[in-house]
Unconditional design. Sequence first.
Length: 491
Amino acid sequence: MSFLIKDLFAKSIERHIEEVIKVDQADEETVYHELEEYVLTESIGDHFLTIYRAISEAKREPHEGIGIWISGFFGSGKSSFAKILGYTVANRKILGETASNILKEKARFSLSPSLAEQFSNYLDFINKDIPTHVVIFDVSQERGTRSERLTQIMYKSLLRELGYATDFDLAELEIALEADGELGRFIEEFEKVYGKPWTKRRKMATRAISEASAILHRLYPSVYPSEDSWARTVSKGRADISPNDLAERAFELMQRRKPGQALMFVIDEVGQYVSQDVDRMLDLQAIVQVFGRESKNRVKKGKAPAPCWIVVTSQEKLNEVVDALGSRKIELARLQDRFPIRIDLKQSDITEITSKRVLQKNERGKKVLSELFKKHEGRLKNICQLERSGRNTEITGQTFVDLYPYLPYQIDLCIDIVSGLRLRRGAHQHIGGSNRTMIKQAQQMLINPRTNLAEKPVGELVTLDKVFELLYAGDLIPSEIVRELDDVPKR
């Protein structure tokens, strides 16, 4: 029986691979799978260390620079990075294991000994000395209306995380009652009258305001003389929140509901949300500025265990987002100072990530491919030469084994092809030149019926016509190109 390509791999090539990482995905099995599949390269490990070190040192020497900007082209892994950062800083338990232990174990096997040791030591310090509650959300999913400011979105997410109503008026009522020690009595009376839990009923804000008003009248008739007294005060002007209010309220509510814990926000796709909108960017600037000031002052006075960190992701680097505003960028000169830690995830990691996630070989596969390379080394080096190209086409026995059935230069080439397609008129919005897309393409190259390389004998290689087949089958080619190609047989 001939040796087939599918027999080369260490992991099942048909296993489920999540193509899009949702930063707010909380299902334990999904999150555990994401952590298990995560590839920790040396440069990514160094990025984690940079942040872990900053968090650790800020407890002893608080400062106002609490912004972390994580950038990377579409699908570069920034959402995964930000999510895992949040999970490890919070040391969340997932299926009985902590996220920190899972990642430290990866660091032990994936990183250099010196980096792995620092990585683990700083993370251990954070988990032991800076217990942190992390609020993670995707701003595009949380936004209620186009006019909703980031300040409002962050407050709504914080309220939900801490167990308050997400309607600002109802939340204000709960917070006031809690401050007076009366919230428990209110909830008990509400359930007694309406026969339903307040925590469920409050989700229907309009009805809940009327019902809460009636309960307040029952409990405090001298303050609320009629059943609609409180409801009428609400109708005169709905509650809102400013960046200053948000920072003060965040520390206040954390002290109530999570005493002794620090706070971190991890917000996905902020760059896209604020891009080319000066008002939104000024709002972001104000948020990070006041949280920085409040953090420093409160930690120094012993009123907070550590600063509140604000971590955001963006497809563009921060300076690119600001520069895109042209003449108005001077209004946001301070924004760059508010994000002293900037992590940019590079395309150079994708080759390693793809080889480990999908193309990793078993021992027999490594031996077979090594022998194949030795036998055809001259021919392979010859076909890897590209004329009039600055692309790195070097091939070694190791890179051949790691990336087969791809040739090494094809990984970057495929990423560039898909990235280029995204810029074309008529391109589909979900196209991405990324390690996720590259991972998915590598898997589909093996198992998709159009290419089905897994069932081919060892020796077959990826070719650009096969790449096109996958892009075409996946509806990833811009419509104008599809029309041109479909017209070719008619000519």
